[in-house]
Design a protein around this ligand. Sequence first.
Ligand code: VG1
Ligand code: CO
Length: 544
Amino acid sequence: MQIETITSEPYNDQNPGTSGLRKKVKVFQQPGYLENFVQSIFDSLEDFNGKTLVLGGDGRYFNRIAIQIIIKIAAANGFGELIIGQGGLLSTPAASNIIRKYNAFGGLILSASHNPGGPDEDFGIKYNAGNGGPAPEKDTNAFYLRSQSIDHYKTTNIPDIDLDTVGSQQIDTLKITIIDPVTDYAELMQSIFDFNLLKESISSGYITLLFDAMSAITGPYAKRILIDILGATPESVINAEPLEDFGGRHPDPNLAHAHELAERMFSADAPTFGAASDGDGDRNMITGSNIFVTPSDSLAIMAANARLIPAYNKGLSGVARSMPTSQAVDRVAAKYNIPCYETPTGWKFFGNLLDAGKITLCGEESFGTGSDHVREKDGLWAILFWLNLIAVKRQSVADIVHEHWEKFGRDIYCRHDYEAVETPIANDIVDHLRDLLPTLPGQVFGEYSVKYADEFSYEDPIDGSISKNQGIRIGFENGSRIVFRLSGTGTVGATLRIYIERFEADATRHNQDAEEALGSLIILAEQFCEIKKRTGRTEPNVKT
Ligand code: VG1
Ligand code: CO
């Protein structure tokens, strides 16, 4: 193996966001762009000589090309083994599992998750550490810093690797192992849930299900687990073939983007359970016959019922949610007397808590839920969790949700996204909100009096690191909240996310439409941030 050093010019925009570096494919295709970033990661890490790196992606356009490039850079930088998913495929949670299971040094996951794919769409890359979780901020900051001064990268002259044949080969000191992307993950799921009960519930017809893989990575996983192992009918999994452009759609599991599933689930002959996952398989949307479960409620319901699942039958050590996620899970934690942590948006902030055993379950309002079984959120895991719950409780999704609300009250919730806002306008909005904050406490707006108004800052309870500017929060005396933050995963302009919630204890008022129930808070949010006024828009792009 001959190592070559290639001179290159730094790019100034390689700052990883909420979950890795995400840019248009065309940006990644610039000379040396991907190479610089990968070399910057390796330059920032230490002591990996001879160790194992896991490599895989969600199969989107540019995945295969990027993998060949990375193999050569990793080889030149001295890794001893590369474990790669067959076809270059690994879902994000499966990659996390592989890193942990095979004691790898770390892994590179190629994905832009729920963002669209194709030559004119998005690509992404992120580094996960040896615990299987996304690199913490101190590392992603180091990658960015290095990328700004990098002037060369290392590569080798080895030929392209056959990614499609499972097995190992040795090239000088480097072992390359192509693995089936599904097997280890399916085994892990089998160790967590009651597969016998699930098989029975499906074969008896008690559970009928529909899973939308959105032409993304979870197709092969869902086919193996839901159909081959658990015996669901082949029609239970739709859009199961991973496509480089996701069929031209956004692989984003919500009612807006998973509309084929949504139509079926809100029809007269809806299956008992419906679900979808995203581009890289870490998100989940949960629905039942004629009901949609908000991700914040889903997290709370999972926490409240965790003891019914074999892997969690001893209870939870604690739970965590990202700051904009509703406070529903806090109520469960309070009732069961377990700690509840509030972290900034992004899975990297859960890693330390999970590693330290402080929490067992965690989640985000953005259709992400996970546990200590891996260090990523996990779409199919959440779906199997719900199936297992339904099978044990012998209740419909709607009954489970309504019963939960009766017991804990309902945190009525919505999120509005204004996408591709011109960056200067978005920054002005945030500055304006920041200026407003000190003036708000004590002010009364109709039935809402402001209790606190601040910018969320997080001190990691394990390593003491501090993350500032993690979103603007306006909290009211009655527990309602409005949160504003700019997305860290978009690739065009800026995306403003507005998160709104209100607690409703009265069970006779639980069946309200969220948008209606939150009407006056939605008006207040506009009064504070002026997004419509400043952009001339009349509606958010997506409401979830
Ligand atoms: C979004 C979500 C966040 C999630 C992140 C990565 O980030 O809000 O909760 O962790 O995506 O998810 P942002 O910064 O755009 O709000 V995924 O499935 O895209 O890896
Ligand atoms: Co994702």
